[in-house]
Write a protein that binds this ligand. Structure first.
Ligand code: SAM
Length: 232
């Protein structure tokens, strides 16, 4: 299957394994991952965020309940919310989630905004699990005809070493552990040298978020604009 499907399948498999009830997709774009996730009865609350509200609006119809959805067990408890907002800004409605997903988002942020995003995501929202995917520049040598970045809007593309060092800093600073993996294997015998086409970091929070910490950051900011709420 194409790479974008493999990334989404990775998330779906994770949701099934960890039975995450509250899931947010950051940089949800055309809502295609959300559309897949809504069919998983583990999930009760699904949130999508993107800075490009117009794009989300254009595609969110596909999330509307189908009459056949109501025949599936578990659907009566699903709530989907879509927000326009930047992941560099905190919005208290995104606290308390089991899983935050950031698929091919970070490379669209300039490094100062990535720093803000890390603070907001790990420091304020502090979800139990986080999945981050980004291009692996070690693999770029295998992409025929590629000059420069894979997409003109990319602000950076990291090697495995660079991604690992960012991930380890996040872990130290915010109390997470991380597993590094990916999707899109290099050809037979070349995996070691080039790695996966898309690299993925899976973070797990080490401690429960204390009440004190919650009180300290008890500002209730809501800068995000709710575009749509679908209650099944
Ligand atoms: N996650 C999508 C998927 O798996 O199909 C693809 C993401 S797309 C390559 C990057 C998305 O990030 C775009 O929709 C863009 O509007 C969004 N984005 C860029 N900067 C953002 C920010 N600061 N806050 C929220 N979304 C942002």
């Amino acid at each position: 299957p194409p790479l974008h499907q493999q990334r989404h399948q990775f998330v779906v498999d994770f949701v099934k394994t960890f039975k995450t009830k509250k899931v947010m997709d950051l940089g949800c774009s055309e809502c295609s991952l959300l559309k897949k996730l809504k069919f998983h009865k583990e999930i009760e609350h699904l949130v999508g965020v993107d800075i490009d509200g117009a794009k989300v609006k254009k595609h969110m119809r596909s999330l509307a309940p189908l009459s056949t959805d109501f025949l599936q067990p578990g659907f009566e408890q699903l709530c989907v919310e879509l927000y326009e907002g930047s992941v560099t800004q905190r919005d208290h409605r995104l606290r308390g989630f089991d899983l935050a997903v950031s698929i091919e988002l970070i490379e669209h942020l300039v490094l100062s905004n990535l720093e803000l995003f890390s603070e907001v995501l790990f420091g304020d929202w502090s979800p139990l699990h986080v999945i981050v995917s980004t291009p692996n520049s070690d693999y770029n040598a295998l992409l025929p005809g590629l000059r420069g970045f894979r997409h003109p809007d990319h602000k950076f593309e990291w090697s495995r070493e660079q991604f690992q060092s960012w991930a380890q800093c996040v872990c130290l600073k915010f109390g997470y552990s991380v597993d590094l993996t990916g999707v899109g294997r290099a050809p037979e015998g070349q995996q070691q040298q080039f790695g996966f086409c898309s690299q993925i970091a899976v973070f797990h929070r080490l401690k429960s978020v204390s009440n004190l910490a919650l009180e300290e950051r008890n500002q209730r900011q809501t800068p995000y604009k709710l575009l749509h709420r679908i209650k099944y």
